[in-house]
Design a protein around this ligand. Structure first.
Ligand code: NI
Length: 249
């Protein structure tokens, strides 16, 4: 069930049978010469939207702008600063909690978001902690590539050249979902170099085409399909465990 395609009364009915909601969260940033700018928000959205076709789960609108300041050297990248991101996650969460949601599951598609999402969780829990009262909600962060079975599958699909940015696994997922937007390029070197992540000018100088350690030519829609099917199944299982977890008090 997709929240944006639902009415308020349908959400009210959903709340009578579940207090859990999934928020796909990512980033809009360069993904090398062939990766789509939306890759990091599309991957968790594609997986979540696929999962809800076979399970009674609710998917919120995708939070599609994240921590991408180091990619601003490449046109099309849009970023928030950490304080804005943390504040926005706070207000999304407070809105959902106000309606009665108690388990809020963030399915993340961007490694650069992790620290700030966890900081946002700490801010939200602190509001209850300072008053020494129960929060009334529980938050969970899960990166889509950490869903059970996904890492094993990606390692088997891409034993070399996976890297950490503009990876063939994430590009494969978008290729499966958007076959009309598959791009090609000659990569040089075939597997990109690695390096630290600092500010935008430094990143562009170290990684001139935007990739980090990856060979996106290894991606294919078929591999993307395998990843989405595995991830969607594991997401449904994760949500069952999270929903049944005892508490909040
Ligand atoms: Ni990415």
């Amino acid at each position: 069930m997709l929240l944006p395609l639902s009415t308020w009364s349908e959400i009210q009915q959903f709340l009578e049978r579940s207090r859990t909601i999934v928020i796909p969260i990512g980033s809009n940033e360069q993904h090398g010469p062939t990766g789509l700018l939306g890759t990091d928000w599309m991957c968790p959205e594609i997986i979540a939207h696929h999962a809800q076709k076979s399970a009674d789960i609710l998917i919120a609108p995708t939070f599609n702008i994240g921590m991408a300041q180091h990619h601003l050297g490449f046109p099309g990248t849009i970023t928030l600063r950490p304080s804005t991101f943390i504040a926005a996650i706070g207000d999304w969460t407070r809105s959902l909690v106000a309606h009665g949601f108690e388990k809020i599951f963030f399915l993340n598609g961007h490694g650069g978001n992790i620290a700030s999402i966890e900081a946002a969780f700490s801010e939200l829990y602190a509001e209850a902690s300072f008053h020494r009262r129960p929060a009334g909600f529980a938050l969970k962060l899960c990166n889509w590539w950490d869903l059970e079975g996904v890492g094993t599958l990606a390692n088997a699909q891409f034993p070399v050249g996976h890297g950490i940015h503009a990876t063939p696994s994430e590009i494969a997922v978008t290729q499966w979902a958007f076959p009309g937007s598959i791009k090609t390029a000659d990569y040089s070197p075939q597997i990109a170099n690695w390096g630290p992540i600092r500010e935008a000018a430094d990143f562009r100088a170290r990684h001139p085409d935007g990739r980090m350690g990856s060979d996106p030519a290894l991606a294919s829609p078929g591999k993307g399909r395998e990843l989405v099917l595995r991830a969607a199944l594991s997401l449904i299982q994760e949500l069952e465990v999270f929903s049944e977890e005892s508490g909040p008090i």
